[in-house]
Structures are given as structure tokens and as C-alpha cells.
Design a protein around this ligand. Sequence first.
Ligand SMILES: [Mg+2]
Length: 411
Amino acid sequence: MKITRVTTAVVEGNFDWTLVRIDSDEGVYGIGESFFAPGLTSIIRALGRLLIGEDPRQVEPLTRKLRLATAPSASGGGAVLHAITGIETALWDLAARDLSVPLYRLFGGAFRNRVRMYADCHAGEALESIDEVLMSRRPSWSRGGVAEDAEAHWDPVERPGVRTPESYARRAQQMADRGFTALKFDIDLPRAPGEDLHARTIPPAQMDRQVELIQAALEAVEGRAEVAFDCHWRYAPHDALRLARRLEGLPVLWLEDPVPPENVAAMAVVAQGTTTPIATGENTYLAQGFTQLIDQRAVDIVAPDLQKAGGLSEARRIAELADRSYLPLAPHNISSPVGTLASAHICAAIPNFIALEWHAAGVPFFDAMLAGGHPIINNGYVELSDAPGLGVELDLEVCRRYARPGEPFFE
Ligand SMILES: [Mg+2]
């Protein structure tokens, strides 16, 4: 069997869902997904040239070849590794389809066939769509919730009705009503007057408001769902620690990315200084990156992004590293049904698992992207079947309808 084509398609969901398809001369194909990045599809096309004529079932050797070929540009992570991750997923899907087995079986079998999902609830109201440099946009399917003026995801603007205790409570109840037993809200607030984004401080009034929002969400779904809160790398260690300590009496599922991700020692100051569980990992790459986080006790709940971190095999290595320190995983996920299912197969195949993210509640065509259109998430769980590979086929007509203008569509 030989690889004949490596192609991409970008679907404009709430993020740029970048799909990778690998075709073989025997008609078997595989699909994967890469976490968005500027210039990503041109990187995938460049790497694809190295795969033409190779046996696609050689998943690990081919992934190692791509890593060697990009060592000067990708050893620490970044867009090239996102590209490799999507390609590797497509190779695994192809290999599993060729054997007519579900993907989780190639990873040692399933600890669970129902994978618990946690619903991302943004800031009580959905930020509908952002592009590859985190600016808000208005795609064709948008219902008008995003302002005309582009807003930067890292420096949000205060809007009426958003980030109120009522909106957090209402959104939490809506998602619990849909069967989700785990939720997550943003807790990095728009800057208060005079607050300097780059100083990374939490003014006292802001911290009071954060605690109020957190309490509102927790109380709204008490006994029905657990709730996590995401700081998006915003704060200095001592301010983050003060917030984490104020939450210690509350049943917070986790506090995510309280400080910027590059400095593991700074993350460790927070994680070791509080009983509030600290989650991080969505900006960490490869088992090597997670070794530092885990060995330096900088994380309680390990949150790799499986469309980014280096591949599905690498994800399993990360889970094994975490398991040696008795730490569970709650993988980050902002992807389409393709990446969501790829992640779900890995989450089924590892023991130390809490919940997998689902970030697409605001995207009306999420389920329609798959042939048959049946929802993959029911009552807060993905049920994995015995169907080969990821277990699904794309509805190409629907995917094309929402494709990003100017990007190739599997051609
Ligand atoms: Mg996050």
C-alpha cells in the first residue's frame, strides 16, 4: 500500500477546523485534524510531499521521519507540530480502517466505551468564531452574537449581559439540562478601568467579581455538574495564587492556566501553593514538555490538546507519564467532529481520564459535518462504536458549504 495524496480542507467553525486527508493506492484513506495556526495548510502540504509513495501503515516511522525533517523548526512545538499531529491522526485512521477495527483497539482497547465530555461555556455567552490570530469574525452561519468591530480574544471587551452571575448560572443550567456533568467557564475578565493587561494583576474588585461568577455557576448546577474555570494564561503567580486560595472552600473542578505556560516553575508555584486543582497543558508539546510539568509538580490535571501535542501516540505517552504520578487527564479540544472523535478514542484507551472538552455548542452544523448527521455527543457522552477507524465519514457537501474561502478543499 502506498500514499498517493495528502490534502487539506479548512472548515470555518468557531475556529479554523483544519482537516487532513491521506489517500492510498488501494482506495483506503484516513482523516485527521490539526489545531489551527497561521500558515498551517501550506506546512501540511510541504510535509505531505515526504509521504508520497510511503506505506501509510508505518505510522510511527513516518511520524518520526516528519519530526526529523522538521527538527530545526519544530523541536519545541508550534505550527509544524500541529501539522504533524493531524497527519499522524490521519495515518492512524487509515491503518485502523485497513484492519476494519476501531481506532481505540489499536491503542490497546477501551477502558470505557462512553467518553465523558465537558462543555465549554465561554463567558456565559458564546464567542461565536475566531480566526487563526484569535480575532473575532462573522462567518456565514453566525447568528449575529459577535460585534461588528473585531475583538481580540486575549483582550475581551465588556458587553452587556455577558459575564454576569445570571448569565453564568443560566448557561450552566442549559448545558446541565443537555446532560453534561462537567462544564467550564472563562474567568479571565475584560480589563477594569486602569487595569494593565501586561501587568498580569488581578485588582481586588476584579477578584471579587471572579469569585461571584464562579459561585453563581457552581450553585446553579450543584449536585448535577462539576465546573472548571479557565484563566487563559493571564495572571502573575502571586495574583493567581490568591485567586486559587479564595476558591479552596468551593468544589471547583479545576482552575486552568492561571499563569503563562512557558515557565514551568511559575506554574509550580501556583499548583503547589493551593489545594484548588490546577489544570494546564494545552500549550505544551510532546511527552518531553509534559515530563517537565509533571516532574516539577506544576500540574494536578493534565490537559494536552490532542490535535497539537505531537500525535495520538504521543498523547498516549503523555497519559502514561501522568499516570506514573497518579495524575488524570482532561484533554483540551476545540476541534470539529473529526478531532473530537480522534481524541475520544484516545480518552477511551487510557485509564487516567476525567473528561474531554467540547467547545462547539455554538456551531449549528457540528453534527451535520458527518454523514448521517447523527449527533456524536448524547447526554454529555461520546459513545464509541465498533466502526473502523474514527468510526465516521464526512458529509463533504456540508463541509464544503462552510469551508474557509481561499483554502483548498481536499484538492
Ligand atoms: Mg484553556
